[in-house]
Design a protein. Sequence first.
Length: 135
Amino acid sequence: VDAGWNYTLLRVRSPYEDGVSARLNYTGPSLDAVVKLNRSSKFSLYTTAGIQSEWGVRFVTVTDSLVEPIESLKGRLPGMHSLNFGIGGDVRLIKDLFLFSQIEGRHYFYEAIPSIYSTRSVWPSAKFGLRYALF
């Protein structure tokens, strides 16, 4: 079992206006079941399946010359919930500390407030970071 806290930065380019894009910042917990494909003292490969919830913390529009928060959406970014599946690997740095990388597919559930994730049923994702093993 793998539990953690994630931060997602989503960059979106406007299909309607040239030079306009948005940066959406989300954060939230995840819980995954992990199946090790090999056992080595230094390196391992694994598959994961789990759930994740994310809440919007910041929404900023960017033009070629200006960066500004959109006041009408400030504090109202929709929460998003997903089922995740992926494959990854980790390298032991010291006794209980690992450097990991994994690629995922995420299926986002329908939200009452449409978001960028409403446009597809599965989104690719990548995670990189440090993992500390408690057990």
